[in-house]
Design a protein around this ligand. Sequence first.
Ligand code: GCB
Length: 603
Amino acid sequence: MKKILIAVLTGVLCAGYAYGQSELPLLQNARAYEGTTLNGDWNYIVDVQEEGYYDYRMNPTSSGFFRNAKPRRPEDLIEYDFDKSPTMKIPSDWNTQDDRLFFYEGTVWFKRSFLAVPITDYRTLLYFGAVNYDCHVWVNGRKAGHHIGGFTPFNLDISDLLREGENTIIVKVDNKRHAEDVPTQIFDWWNYGGITRDVMLVKVGPVYLQDYSLQLQKADAKAKDREISFSAKLNKAEAGHTVKVSIPELKLEQQLTTDAEGKVSGTLKVKAKNLQLWSPNNPKLYDVQLTLDASTIADEIGFRTIETRGKQILLNNETVFLKGISIHEEKPNGGGRANSVEDARTLLSWAKELGCNFVRLAHYPHNENMIREAERMGIMVWSEIPCYWTIAWTNPGTYDNAKQQLTDMITRDHNRANIIIWSIANETPHSDERDTFLGNLAEYARTLDSTRLISMAMEVTGASNYVNRLNDNMNKYVDVVSFNEYIGWYRDVNDAAKMSWEIPYDKPVIISEFGGGAKYGLHGPANQRWTEEFQENLYKENLAMIEKIEGLSGTTPWILKDFRSPRRVLPEIQDYYNRKGLFSDKGEKKKAFYILKQWYDSK
Ligand code: GCB
């Protein structure tokens, strides 16, 4: 069997065993492994008519772009050339990298080469943090995999496709919208296309820890002893492997042997007085080491509990009020997908300045830097999948797609202490079909992770005699009742003071959205749309109104920063930006920022 070592730029990495070409279940904590980044310059070809792909489907021996063919004889006809095509920095969205692609929704091909030399006993996974939306991958002209869903990671075993010397990866990315996709055709954010998150080659042994979990068990506030449950799963159902978990600072260590399914589970016991719990005031993370046979990876993990009691949310057995803000994954200065640690720090530091201890990462799973930075900064997180508005509820493929995105979101982040809520949907119109789809999804989410709260952003569309009554069949599936209300913007302007709320469920309540648009720097009377004063007044009235809601456990107003949206076409005001940000698209604070800050500071 051929063994290959890959050397890319500065890194060195090993590959080898042939396991066929396919997408594997997601590797937990991929960044902990020895790996090599494939971020950087990739050549690209814009292919409006999918010439390079249909060619492949109709005639597999012909020259589809995935072959990266070159003329061998003077008379050879090859009508593309990656190496003469422009380059784009990856990760990025193509819309902000090339002016011609600002509104483009379609196919772009990407190519990147790297060098490899022989070595033994390792496998190479090609890991993509996210590609929006539909993506096919070839390595050296052979198909490595296909993935759909624009906001979750995936990994392909490419060991068998590698060769000594130069290797070429070709990725076809298509962000066209379809009714049966998740999200569906219409949504209120920019459909940024491309390889939008990090790409890396990850070196794993033939047997590796595919997934592991460490979770603090709930206990009485006065409990003297605490338990951390530990479980792990190999990529293969093989008995007899040794798995060791240790937390040196707590002097905890446990060694277990895998069962026939390749699984282990155990409990680490610790004195409550020795354990610092993760919380916004003390975002303590412990170094954790996980050893499989002779190889060790590291993680940083925090321990906390989150639960509800009646209408309260309890973090570490204490009532917590979630002072939140909604955030899109867009760069702090202008548009474009955010991905870097710096982007995450800037956005999250704005949320901190606002007085937040919580963020709603809307409307899809954000990049891992965002979650990890928030965890370090002591910010709790609501993480969501893009079941947004009118999904094709009766289409089985749509359900499978949503379920896969939920699985990958939870798999990637279930060891992050700051994630307290998994959200399965946003503003979905009521129907029996929706209830079946989302009900199944909620139950499935609980089987994956029983240690967090489940919610979704419901909608309330109208009031009778100023009484707003929440009535959603999904109430029985969620732990926290959350809803969006746009009083003062889409409805009932000037009537917030008259409104009352009836939420007939004994569960905590989060107002997951309210807000209104303002153009930064536009001033005028408080009843004039688009002025900062209008937005400021809307915040004052809404905060006074929601304060009276029984069981209010938090809010995540819409939204931290103005963000790009194709729905927002009003010239001179919107110019393709949704203007409901408390910060402008360039990071300038609007007047409403100070209203919310004042309210949070008083909580
Ligand atoms: C909503 C949606 C959000 C929109 C927002 C708006 O209800 O959940 O995605 O951007 O309203 O600005 O209309």
